[in-house]
Design a protein around this ligand. Structure first.
Ligand code: LLP
Length: 438
């Protein structure tokens, strides 16, 4: 998919770059991002919204992969940006991302984070709870500012891949509950706070969703709520944010819909509900993370050791693992991979790909069919663009890999590989632990 293909040498090539050359130049493990595919996904969202005729903002949920180069691409593609911490906000601002297009999320924003966002003049705060409403109002007031807010509501729709559950009251740490009246009370209070300008509401129903029904259901409930708020409080929502969650294809077992199908389901449902209620059509915002970058990422590893247990299994270990991709260990996530330096060779054995951490659960892929694997081979694991680098750790004091963006045969470093000095950069040996008189 994207710009990846197998070249005449039988090597995997992404963005016109032979991955063997990338391994030689940048080392492994290496995150490779297909820039053209990221841009294509961004345009699919923007084009689908344009086709609806509604006003919109497509905010890239930077939690999926927050690095300055990605923020730069999001900016160039006219996306907005969703951040959830001072670190993501700082990354965006450092990359020169326009603050007016930044939306700040999170269920426990600290006063310091709120002040930083206020000073930067970001476009919108997505307020999660009553305490934050008062805190934000007070802090904005201290600075003499009036800020745009959306209230995050929990609509009682929870979608996970194929199943979606409708619950009267959602047991979730996020947002103002629609079912128990908290959302109504939240809007009422927010409308009375002098330093807040209530634009509307936000709802996020889950992640890696393959069906449109969950989104339709969320729109049904949000639209009914908008009408209730207008009729009872005289307040008109200008913005409805429907969050992210659009699924991608990690393996054959996944069947996501095209981006345009999700968008059309949402915009059609909005248009029909709001037209029927004689309500001015709101601006629609979404926040895709995974679907913007997930399939554009590939992780390249070098094969090291292997262990064959006759009649049981063969383990093949690579030079990364749960430190650069914790998803299999955390969520039992499945990935596909190929031997990138011999991509055309016939598959001859079934192996399980292990990482190098001191932990049995550090497995990347079980039962993968590959050509006869040798030490020094390159393994490319696909669909690692979202929630991989973003969730990487230094467990076992393993260094985080480098990230390169590839396009038209050019590879550009986006994140340097961590050095051993980076590993100890924040370490301090307290004076009382230092050898005296040495
Ligand atoms: N908006 C809100 C409020 C969210 O909580 C999320 C994801 C998104 C947007 C973006 O959702 P996406 O389009 O990426 O599905 N670490 C997990 C995924 C956690 C998603 C959390 N929220 C994973 O690796 O699967």
């Amino acid at each position: 998919h994207g710009t990846s293909k197998i070249n005449a040498k039988g090597h995997l090539e992404i963005g016109g770059c032979d991955v063997r050359d990338l391994a030689a130049e940048f080392g492994t493990p290496l995150y490779i991002v297909d820039e053209a595919l990221v841009r294509q996904r961004a345009r699919e969202y923007v084009d689908a919204f344009r086709a609806s005729g509604l006003k919109f903002q497509v905010a890239y949920a930077s939690k999926a992969f927050s690095v300055m180069a990605m923020c730069a691409i999001a900016e160039q593609e006219n996306l907005s940006l969703d951040v959830v911490s001072d670190g993501e906000l700082y990354t965006a601002l450092k990359a020169g991302f326009p603050a007016q297009r930044i939306h700040f999320h999170g269920n426990n924003k600290t006063p310091e984070e709120i002040n930083m966002a206020l000073d930067a003049n970001i476009g919108c705060f997505v307020v999660d709870n009553f305490i934050e409403l008062d805190l934000l109002n007070a802090l904005a007031g201290e600075k003499g500012k009036k800020v745009n807010v959306l209230l995050r509501i929990t609509p009682g729709v929870e979608a996970h891949t194929h199943e979606f559950i409708s619950t009267g009251q959602t047991d979730s740490k996020f947002g103002f509950d629609l079912g128990n009246g908290a959302a109504y009370e939240g809007i009422k209070q927010a409308a009375e706070l002098a330093n807040l300008n209530v634009l509307g509401v936000h709802s996020h129903i889950g992640s890696q969703i393959f069906e449109v029904e969950g989104f339709r259901m969320a729109v049904d409930r949000v639209a009914a709520f908008a009408v209730q708020i207008r009729d009872e409080l005289g307040l008109t929502f200008q913005v409805i944010n429907l969050g992210g969650g659009f699924g991608i294809r990690y393996t054959e077992a996944d069947a996501p819909l095209p981006v345009s199908t999700y968008v059309k389901a949402i915009t059609d449902a909005i248009i029909s509900h709001f037209t029927e209620a004689k309500f001015p059509l709101p601006e629609i915002w979404v926040e895709p993370g995974r679907s913007m970058v997930g399939d554009a990422g590939t992780t390249l590893y070098t094969v090291g050791t292997s262990k064959d247990i006759p009649g049981v299994r063969k383990y093949v270990a690579v030079d990364g693992g749960m430190t650069d991709n914790p998803r299999p260990a955390l969520y039992d996530s499945k990935y596909e991979a190929v031997l990138a330096n011999r991509a055309n060779d016939p598959k001859e054995e079934t192996v399980s790909i292990a990482g190098k951490c001191c932990e049995s659960g550090d497995m990347l892929i079980w039962d993968l069919e590959l050509p006869k694997v040798q030490t020094g081979d390159l393994l490319a694991v696909f669909c690692t663009g979202a929630y991989n680098y973003a969730m990487a750790s230094n467990y076992n004091r393993i260094r985080r890999p480098a990230v390169v963006f590839v396009k038209d045969g050019e590879a550009s470093l986006a994140v340097k590989r961590e050095s051993l000095d980076d590993i100890v950069v924040n370490d301090v040996i307290p004076a009382r632990l230092q050898k005296s008189g040495a």
